[in-house]
Design a protein around this ligand. Structure first.
Ligand code: SAM
Ligand code: SF4
Length: 333
């Protein structure tokens, strides 16, 4: 793959090397921090980027220096043909790492095929280890299927396996320690992510946030927490481990701290909008250009302009922050 001269630069000295690609806004769960009780009005099929369009976008992004792609959604595994799409994407360049974030419900049956298709790793989202609570949080049963999915991913070599847990005050914050203990028995990375009130109309409000400081206090009850030195542009997680534990712990203070200065990512929604920042409502339309058969040079220019639209930092948690209309399942989390 021939690379363009310069990487995707923004106006604040950051280089965009990581693309999060949402392939659908639909989902087989209804997590209360992500979707409203009444369900969603999904993007119409005709408005969702086809795999052919997505592959074109990926090829151009890779030419501009993107070397990590995370497939997300909604729930990416509910979209038909996903394994073939991953295979085609991994054919674009051997230098690109392809990862996926999933709720794990369909993972047990798909893990081996995903690995064969070229997927490197998965992040599995799981917020409780208790069946009744699983149903309370996701409004669907399915804990055992997710646990089976985790083990299938491990066996298929989609490793190191990462588990995303969002502690919500008064709902599952008492399970932080239980999740942390998983790292003592398994070589897994448990990532505690602060609840982000990016949109309204959900069951949880900013008062339900369980901040990073409270997460760390829970972790310290389990054992001596050893901080790890950061190696390279590691992203937002602050990493720790317990002495002699095979697994690791990440704490992602998405709201209570700024890691914007190190941000190297952009998102593309399932309906083809580039979202330069998760917390800003600004979006750049890529789909119209794709559908009028714009040249690769034009698409590249749109991507470069989108990188320049990245704000210097986010304002979530501050007085002037405005929640947007897109919920997390529509942005691509
Ligand atoms: N359906 C897949 C899943 O759940 O892993 C992928 C999409 S989901 C939107 C991606 C991630 O966003 C998940 O780890 C989920 O827990 C997280 N997420 C969703 N809404 C969130 C919120 N309001 N605050 C923090 N994390 C959230
Ligand atoms: Fe679905 Fe993931 Fe949102 Fe839960 S967090 S409703 S699994 S998209």
């Amino acid at each position: 793959m021939k690379k363009s001269n310069a990487g995707l630069q923004d106006n604040f000295g950051r280089t965009i090397e990581y693309l999060r690609l949402s392939v659908t806004d639909r989902c087989n769960l209804r997590c209360r921090y992500c979707m409203p009780a009444e369900g969603i009005d999904p993007i119409k099929h005709k408005d969702v980027l086809s795999y052919e369009e997505l592959l074109r976008v990926v090829a151009i992004a890779v030419r501009c220096g993107v070397h990590k792609i995370r497939v997300t959604g909604g729930e990416p595994l509910v979209r038909k043909g996903l394994v073939g799409f991953i295979r085609d994407m991994s054919g674009i360049s051997s230098e690109v790492e392809i990862t996926l974030t999933t709720n794990g419900i369909l993972l047990a049956d798909m893990a081996a095929d995903l690995r064969k298709a070229g997927l490197s790793r998965v992040n599995v989202s799981l917020d409780t280890l208790r069946e009744d609570r699983f149903e309370q949080i996701t409004r669907r049963p399915g804990l055992q299927r997710v646990l089976d999915g985790l083990h299938a991913a491990d066996a298929a070599g989609l490793t190191p396996l990462k588990i995303n847990m969002v502690p919500i005050r008064g709902v599952n914050d008492d399970e932080v320690a239980d999740f942390a203990r998983l790292t003592i028995d398994h070589p897994w990375e448990i990532r505690f992510i602060e609840f982000m009130p990016v949109s309204g109309g959900l069951d949880f409000t900013p008062e339900n946030m369980f901040p990073a400081a409270a997460i760390l206090a829970e972790l310290e009850k389990v054992g001596k927490l050893l901080p790890e030195l950061r190696q390279g542009p590691a992203g937002p997680a602050r990493m720790f481990h317990f002495p002699d534990a095979p697994g690791r712990i990440g704490v992602i203070p998405a709201v209570s701290e700024h890691f914007c200065g190190e941000c190297n990512r952009m998102r593309i929604t399932a309906d083809g909008r580039i979202r330069p920042c998760l917390f800003s409502t600004e979006e750049i339309d890529l789909r119209s250009a794709l559908r009028r058969r714009a040249s690769d040079a034009e698409l590249e220019a749109i991507m470069r302009n989108a990188a320049c639209a990245k704000p210097e930092r986010h304002h979530i948690g501050e007085k002037d922050f405005r929640q947007g209309h897109r919920r997390m399942h529509g942005i691509g989390g």
